[in-house]
Design a protein around this ligand. Structure first.
Ligand code: AMP
Length: 189
């Protein structure tokens, strides 16, 4: 199953990804994780990535697309994957579509985790990750609204958007996601 998990920072994408990849036996493709890894290297790409991460800004598309393109070609992605934190811009979504069309491997669904903004701020300020510095939280949410939220409309029009109320408990959100992926699985078999 090929899935995208979409939602603002603090929506619970990491938490929900953790059980979902185990449940579906698919690799977890988190561009946040990949970029944090890339930022550990002292090469030009690593240095550039580090600056964007620290500023809470989106890493430029060419860098992200290069990393994702390589990852999608790895063998473990042949039977599906969960993309988490990618795409984050319309340009990234279009590049992904071009790749998927050339391989003849369309996405099965885009799962949106929708969470009220005041809850996101509470969660993000309590998380303590380097790019969750309280002073850049509003900026990250604004970047989501401006650059990533338009993807909801993009995937709605493709007919593959599935929106999930992410305000509930982890278990409630989990059972909602499970219902959706079970239905997709049943239609495929
Ligand atoms: P995440 O772990 O998904 O919250 O991502 C952490 C940070 O990595 C983001 O704030 C961005 O700076 C960067 N990042 C992750 N995914 C992308 C992406 N698809 N495009 C650009 N930047 C990204």
């Amino acid at each position: 199953m090929r899935l995208v998990l979409l939602g603002p920072p603090g929506a619970g994408k990491g938490t929900q990804s953790a059980w979902l990849i185990d449940y579906l036996k698919i690799p977890h493709l988190s561009t946040g994780d990949m970029l944090r890894q890339a930022a550990l290297h002292d090469d030009p790409t690593g240095l550039e990535v580090r600056q964007f991460l620290q500023a809470g800004r989106l890493v430029p598309d060419p860098i992200v697309l290069d990393i994702v393109d390589h990852r999608l070609r790895e063998l473990d992605c042949a039977n599906g994957y969960l993309l988490d934190g990618f795409p984050r811009t319309i340009a990234q979504a279009e590049a992904l579509d071009t790749h998927l069309a050339s391989e003849g491997t369309p996405l099965d669904a885009v799962l949106e985790l929708a969470v009220d903004e005041h809850r996101l701020v509470q969660r993000l300020t309590g998380r303590g990750r380097a790019d969750d510095r309280p002073e850049i939280v509003p900026q990250r949410l604004q970047i989501y609204r401006r650059q990533t939220a338009p993807l909801l409309n993009y995937y709605f029009h493709q007919g593959i958007l599935r929106s999930i109320d992410g305000n509930g408990t982890t278990k409630q959100v989990q059972s909602h996601i499970k219902r959706i992926v079970d239905r997709i699985g049943a239609n495929q078999s």
